[in-house]
Design a protein around this ligand. Structure first.
Ligand code: SF4
Ligand code: F3S
Length: 88
């Protein structure tokens, strides 16, 4: 799967959300605002749904998204951090 790293934090640009063909990037902010979005430090990719299409990668203005296998060692913790969001 692809993974969103901590670079997303403070930016939460959401450009990635719109391009994902399987809608597996959450939480996103609705037009009315969204509590889950406001509370989340960053967005997360659902590893069970992501099809590794790569469409989200070039959309992110801060380069926060990586293929799991391409993560820097210090960012490997985000594999679990992304997955954990969907176990809530
Ligand atoms: Fe969605 Fe594709 Fe990005 Fe996976 S790689 S999160 S399927 S846009
Ligand atoms: Fe975050 Fe980049 Fe998406 S900042 S919300 S991973 S476009």
């Amino acid at each position: 799967a692809h993974v969103i790293t901590g670079l997303c934090q403070d930016t939460k640009d959401q450009s990635c959300v719109e391009v994902c063909p399987v809608d597996c990037i959450h939480p996103a902010q609705s037009l009315d605002g969204d509590e889950a979005y406001e509370a989340a430090p960053q967005l997360y990719i659902d590893p069970d749904v992501c099809i590794d299409c790569g469409a989200c990668v070039p959309e992110c203005p801060v380069g926060a998204i990586f293929m799991q296998e391409d993560l820097a060692p210090e960012d490997e913790k985000y594999i679990e951090i992304n997955a954990a969001y969907y176990r809530k």
